[in-house]
Design a protein around this ligand. Structure first.
Ligand code: NAP
Length: 210
């Protein structure tokens, strides 16, 4: 697939590298394509991915991944231009600046805000409930970490579940986009356990089924 990854930090850099290696056509949408950090990320893809402006990357792609800090996300969505008909994967978490909790929650979510900004796009919340360091290897012993996703468009949910499964995740469709109200607090729990309970990057959530 043609995938625009907006933001080339921990999340964007990892996803861009991994999907490039799976033969997807990845374009990083960044504020400065010549930036040395961005060029370093491109090197990790063996030169397979490229960098462009946020608008060019989004226009070229069928899937647009939002991997930006929450406070920058509205600006990034606006910079992307017309996203109608595209799959938008929202990886963000609306964290308070001191990581003490979420700035949005319970009766609303970042995912739903993104859908309001990205008019006509098929927004799927995903890749927000596990640390980016585990994207490369989601196996924990004999188990694969769950990748909980949610969104209002079945075809988009299926496409994102497939992209997660390609990386080795056990993809779980958690329902419509409003379920982001619960996926984002789950991410907060992951962060709390990483930072306050000393688990670092070494844990992940798994949905068990009978
Ligand atoms: N880190 C994790 O393990 C993890 C896991 C799951 C979800 N998340 C969520 O995913 C998002 C990204 O996290 P991260 O750790 O990857 O952050 P990060 O390492 O700080 O990377 C953020 C990226 O966004 C870019 N950016 C900032 N403002 C932008 C704008 N207005 N337009 C376009 N690009 C912009 C930054 O570029 P510059 O270098 O130019 O500033 C940088 O490349 C956050 O919402 C976070 O809560 C993080």
């Amino acid at each position: 697939m043609k995938i625009a990854v907006i933001g080339a930090g921990n999340v964007g850099g990892a996803l861009g590298k991994l999907w490039s290696a799976k033969a997807h056509e990845v374009t990083f949408g960044v504020r400065n394509p010549q930036d040395a950090k961005v060029q370093e990320v491109i090197k990790t893809t063996g030169g397979k991915a490229k960098a462009a402006s946020v608008k060019e990357a989004a226009a070229f792609s069928e899937v647009v991944v939002l991997a930006t800090p929450w406070p920058a996300t509205e600006e990034a969505v606006k910079a992307a231009g017309d996203l109608s008909g595209k799959i938008v994967i929202d990886c963000t978490n609306p964290l308070k600046p001191d990581l003490s909790g979420l700035a949005i929650g319970n009766d609303h979510s970042a995912g739903e805000e993104v859908a309001r900004w990205a008019k006509g796009a098929k927004v799927v919340k995903a890749f927000n409930t596990i640390g980016a360091a585990s994207f490369e290897n989601p196996r924990f012993g004999s188990e694969s970490a769950s990748m909980l996703i949610c969104g209002d468009h079945a075809d988009a949910n299926d496409a994102v579940a497939k992209l997660a499964a390609e990386l080795g995740f056990d993809a779980v469709d958690a329902g419509p986009l409003f379920a982001a109200r619960w996926l984002e607090p789950l991410a907060m729990l992951w962060i709390y356990m990483a930072l306050k309970k000393g688990l670092g990057n070494s844990h992940a959530f798994k949905l068990l089924r009978r």
